[in-house]
Design a protein around this ligand. Structure first.
Ligand SMILES: NC(=O)c1ccc[n+]([C@@H]2O[C@H](COP(=O)([O-])OP(=O)(O)OC[C@H]3O[C@@H](n4cnc5c(N)ncnc54)[C@H](O)[C@@H]3O)[C@@H](O)[C@H]2O)c1
Length: 478
């Protein structure tokens, strides 16, 4: 019997992603408005507080649509760079050109003086981090300081928008009273306050800005309306006016927590795949080939200051949400499982030279916040391993700061195990002749699954085993 293989017409979306098409820009040149009162087709003066990886592209986006933008930051080097028309964020495609362009057009400047900037503005967008502390409670130090710094500049008619992910209720319950106390004015009557989550992905910010619907919720109808009209004037994507600030806050926490829970499920599935000797990547691809399944990718852990953080913003208010709590623990336990596997394969880790590849939370983004490389290095060292590390985005000093010995790409070394912590495409080009003592390749992101690897080293992925791994260009080997 012969089996006819037909190409499937269903595209399996690995990672569960739905591709959002970018929208073309249909804006016409806006009329300048002073003061700006939320009239369509007009532009005024905007302030972006926190000119970091997200804030600086936003400033460029607003300026490109005719707004005069002042970026506010507490870092004098950031302010100086912007005032010279330079982007201090290296990796974001299109950002350096964008900053140079709008600065040269006289539409972007920067300052350390938040109150003065807001005093002269119609709209102020706050995008400084809110993290969690060691007890997994919201750490408001940057946002409290940012809110207090603009308080003296809040004036009649200004619209203040929070884009930083916040626990549900904070726009109205925590920050509105501070702004009212500092200004002596009343929100929704004298000035306007809204929440609109930043939903962008580092490395694709401008594409995302023109594709992802912008969710907007105010503390009252006029606040929501003004914020929605503002975004409509600067974004090509759909603007979704939500019923209230709390619904908009929750939508961001819900979308990101969903991803953490989904990844935890993928990690659980990967553990089971190891037990039954099946390749999890093959399973996920197959399961996602109908429209109701969106299983994400398993991995050595979830890093960055978004996905591992926001479930805690939810749990800080609702600790009884069990699925959320268990998922967080499941994802954080991945590093421990990796170390257990390495210990087993190497017969202990004492004095074993191990090379960790990729220290940032993901490849291509210079961000160490909550990167799982940090506990990975710490625990490998705790078990006696001599930890070497390489990351194309980090200097030797930065790698030493992560408590690892810098490895230089292309160097010969007596490494016995390689652990990939990011999926950097560079790892597919490793010259294994440099590591004659290599015994184990631990593929923390399953990115080496389809790559030719030396037969002398044991391979282990996350739910992908040496026996199921697809050999380069061949069908799975059983
Ligand atoms: N980075 C991402 O991938 C991402 C994605 C979606 C949403 N977000 C949201 O954006 C927020 C900011 O993220 P980011 O990546 O831009 O952070 P970042 O660390 O790159 O930038 C934050 C900037 O804020 C500045 N800052 C800190 N305190 C300040 C203050 N009191 N006043 C003025 N400036 C201050 C810092 O100097 C820095 O330049 C996150 O907390 C998150 O809610 C981030």
């Amino acid at each position: 019997m012969s089996i006819v293989s037909r190409p499937s017409r269903v595209v399996s979306l690995l990672g569960g992603s739905i591709k959002a098409p970018e929208n073309p820009c249909t804006h016409v040149t806006p009329r300048p408005a002073t003061p700006w009162v939320g009239e369509s087709g007009t532009a005024g003066r905007a302030v972006v507080v926190g000119a970091g990886k997200m804030g600086l592209p936003l400033a460029v986006q607003f300026a490109r649509h005719g707004w005069h933008v002042t970026a506010v930051d507490i870092n004098p080097e950031v302010v100086a760079a912007i005032n010279e028309g330079r982007s201090h964020v290296g990796e974001e495609p299109g950002l350096a050109e964008g900053v140079a362009e709008v600065h040269a057009a006289g539409l972007l400047d920067a300052t350390l003086d938040a109150a003065a900037a807001v005093r002269g503005a119609d709209v102020a967008v706050l995008i400084v981090p809110v993290m969690v502390d060691d007890a997994q409670q919201p750490d408001y130090r940057y946002m409290d300081a940012a809110v207090d710094s603009i308080g003296g500049g809040v004036h009649d008619g200004v619209t203040i928008i929070f884009e930083t992910t916040l626990p549900v209720g904070d726009t109205r319950g925590r920050f509105l009273p501070r702004l009212e106390a500092a200004s002596g004015l009343t929100g929704e009557k004298d000035f306007f306050v809204a929440f609109s989550p930043e939903r962008l992905y580092s490395g694709a910010v401008f594409a995302n800005l023109s594709a992802y619907p912008k969710l907007v919720g105010g503390i009252g109808p006029e606040s929501g309306r003004r914020a929605a009209v503002f975004y409509d004037s600067v974004l090509d994507a759909e603007v979704v006016a939500m019923s209230c600030a709390e619904a908009a806050e929750f939508s961001k926490i819900a979308d990101t927590t969903y991803r953490d829970v989904n990844i935890a499920l993928a990690n659980d599935f990967a553990r089971y795949a190891d037990r039954v000797g099946v390749d999890i990547q093959e399973v996920i691809e197959a399961a996602n080939s109908q429209p109701y399944s969106h299983i994400h990718q398993p991995g050595i852990g979830v890093g960055g200051h978004c996905i591992p953080v926001y479930p805690h913003l939810l749990l800080s208010r609702a600790p009884d949400l069990e699925v959320v709590a268990v998922s967080r623990r499941t994802n954080d336990a991945q590093v421990g499982l990796a170390i257990k596997s390495l210990e087993g394969l190497l017969g202990g880790l004492d004095d074993v030279p191990i090379l960790v590849l990729g220290l940032t939370y993901r490849d291509g983004v210079k961000e160490l916040a909550y990167s799982r490389a940090l506990p990975l290095i710490e625990r490998l060292s705790f078990h006696g391993a001599a930890v070497y590390a390489y990351d194309p985005l980090l200097s030797d000093a930065e790698i030493e700061h992560c408590c690892a010995t810098p490895y230089h790409w292309g160097e010969r070394a007596p490494i016995r195990a390689i652990v990939t912590q990011t999926a950097d495409p560079l790892w597919t080009q490793i010259d294994y002749s440099l590591f004659p003592e290599l015994e184990v390749i631990f593929d923390g992101r399953n990115s080496l699954r389809d790559v030719e690897l030396p037969a002398t080293a044991r391979y282990l992925g996350i739910g992908v085993q040496a026996a199921t791994r697809r050999r380069h260009g061949n069908a799975p080997v059983r």
